[in-house]
Design a protein around this ligand. Structure first.
Ligand code: NAD
Length: 311
């Protein structure tokens, strides 16, 4: 495979680069290093099969140059992090819409297969037991305060579908549900690394809201092989596929688990959403993937539980 990974210096993207290079593939990462970092790529940086191109997916000529000659494009670059999105809602729309358009068009022009990273946030406030891929989604029910991220990702999905249908682009949409692992930082609002850092530094663990909101954390090491397998599965083309973990936990339960596993004596302190993110912030009460489709397509069954993910 000659692959391009946009957002390749980010958390998920860098693990994907490691995985592909380790399996003998040629990989080019395209990243503007806005939330990613070169330090994430130390495992592959010196490998002749790997190249990092520093630049933006908004640069159409650069995107075209990088994708020319590749056969597979994994599109993970996006404006992420709750603060980034709440502080600058239009940035995620701009990056995703124009950036994704550049990446998809180059993939079509050069005959490459295409995968786009979407998110559980496209399901909006829908908190039914196990979200299936065809649950009501986006725009109407998108979270108010993160509407631009949900909408941008929903539009990315639509763009992929349109090109998939009209240009025959072999494409897969992966909907990630709270993926966690090494290299993820707490800087952009990700809860697991933030709690672990607070516990290890003997600082109070700050739970936003009442801590009753429930999440299901998935390991990056379960998800990366699944992403690559889906790309090799024509039955998955032009489909949106949920990927995530299976163990559901409340955010207060997560804080307790982090305290137990780190042996920390940090206190738990509760911060209102308004103090954490500003007025009008809303969060989903529950976010739990139904991964039946991924299981049917590629036999996906997460192997790592929450303790594995935290430690
Ligand atoms: P991340 O911030 O670590 O990765 C995003 C990468 O994109 C970063 O390296 C960043 O520098 C890069 N980037 C941003 N704007 C860019 C631009 N204009 N041009 C080039 N590069 C740019 O975040 P992540 O958690 O690894 O997320 C990867 C993808 O997965 C994103 O599309 C995100 O929306 C999606 N996702 C992640 C999760 C999760 O749980 N981590 C959940 C749902 C969806």
């Amino acid at each position: 495979m000659k692959a391009v990974v946009t957002g390749g210096a980010g958390f998920i993207g860098s693990h994907l680069c490691d995985y592909l290079v380790a399996r003998g593939h040629q990989v080019t990462a395209l990243d503007d290093l806005s939330t990613g970092s070169e330090a994430n790529l130390t495992q592959v940086a010196q490998d002749p099969a790997f190249e990092l191109v520093k630049g933006s997916i908004l640069d159409q000529n650069l995107v075209n140059e990088v994708i020319e000659g590749s056969d597979t494009v994994f599109h993970l670059a996006a404006a992420v992090g709750v603060h980034t999105i709440v502080d600058n809602p239009l940035r995620s729309l701009h990056t995703n819409l124009h950036g994704t358009e550049n990446v998809v068009e180059a993939a079509v022009a050069h005959g490459a297969r295409f995968m786009v990273a979407s998110t559980s946030e496209v399901y909006g406030k829908n908190d039914t037991d196990g979200l299936t891929e065809d649950a009501d989604r986006i725009l109407g029910s998108a979270l108010k305060s993160r509407w631009s991220y949900a909408a941008a990702k929903g539009l990315d999905e639509l763009v992929a579908h349109i090109y998939g249908e009209q240009s025959g682009l072999p494409c897969v949409i992966t909907r990630f549900f709270n993926i966690v692992g090494p290299r993820q930082t707490g800087r952009y609002g990700m809860v697991v690394p933030r709690f672990v850092a607070q516990a290890l530094n003997d600082e109070p663990i700050t739970v936003y809201g009442e801590g009753t909101q429930r999440r299901c954390f998935g390991s990056v090491f379960d998800v990366i092989p699944a992403v690559v397998q889906l790309m090799d599965t024509p039955e998955a083309y032009n489909k949106a596929v949920n990927l995530g973990g299976h163990e559901e936990v409340s955010i207060k339960g997560l804080a307790d688990r982090v305290l137990e596993l780190t042996g920390s004596s940090s206190a738990i302190s509760y911060v209102s959403y308004e103090d954490a993110y500003g007025k009008g912030y809303e969060d989903m009460q529950r976010r739990m993937p139904d991964t039946t489709l991924a299981n049917r397509l590629i036999g996906y069954t997460p192997q790592r539980n929450l303790n594995d993910i935290i430690t």
